[in-house]
Write a protein that binds this ligand. Structure first.
Ligand code: AMP
Length: 199
């Protein structure tokens, strides 16, 4: 199963994509985690990304696409599929992902969009305490989301693979909605893991 998660910072994508990856037995790739790890390890690509990460700005598309292409190309990655958390975040990234997947003859099967009202996001992010979670940076990240990432919903809606999820509620409630959305997707059997945990 090949799925991307779209949603503003603070929508709970990370938590839910972790649960779903475990449920489906597929890899969960968070570009935010990958970029932070690369920065903390002092890798060249991580150092290039650091200034953007710390400022709450989007890391340039070429850097992010390079990291994703590396991961998709690695031998332990993704035979059964994957979930992308936080990627793509721009239209050029979405197009680059489609191109990469075309090479692997494995198109995306779903895009799950997390819907959360702004005031709830703001409250959640203010409590999180990460280095990019101060008030000004939060505002900026939410604005960047609205400008750059939100338009992806139309891109995937036109392909018939977008599912919107009300992401306000308990972790269990949101996960139940997520599973329902995943079950409504058309999945290519050859990609392995199926909704319901069969593989
Ligand atoms: P996240 O953990 O998904 O909230 O991402 C944290 C930060 O990582 C973002 O504010 C960006 O600086 C960077 N980042 C993560 N994914 C992407 C992406 N797909 N494109 C650009 N920047 C990204």
């Amino acid at each position: 199963m090949r799925i991307v998660f779209i949603g503003p910072p603070g929508a709970g994508k990370g938590t839910q994509s972790g649960h779903l990856a475990e449920h489906l037995g597929v890899k969960n790739l968070s570009t935010g985690d990958v970029l932070r790890e690369a920065r903390d390890a002092g890798e060249e690509i991580g150092l290039k990304a650091a200034e953007y990460l710390d400022a709450g700005e989007l890391v340039p598309d070429d850097i992010v696409v390079e990291i994703v292409a590396q991961r998709l190309g690695s031998s332990d990655c993704c035979q059964k599929g994957y979930l992308f958390d936080g990627f793509p975040r721009t239209l050029p990234q979405a197009e680059a992902l489609d191109e990469l997947l075309e090479k692997h003859s494995a198109p995306l099967e779903g895009a799950l969009e997390f819907i959360v009202p702004l005031e709830v996001l703001f409250e959640r992010l203010s409590k999180r305490g990460r280095s990019d979670d101060d008030e000004e940076t939060i505002k900026q990240r939410l604005q960047i989301y609205a400008d750059m990432t939100k338009p992806l919903d139309e891109y995937y809606e036109n392909r018939g693979i977008l599912r919107r999820i009300d992401a306000v509620g308990s972790e269990e409630e949101v996960f139940a909605r997520l599973l329902k959305a995943v079950e409504s997707l058309e999945v290519d059997d050859a990609s392995g893991a199926q909704p319901g945990g069969k593989s």
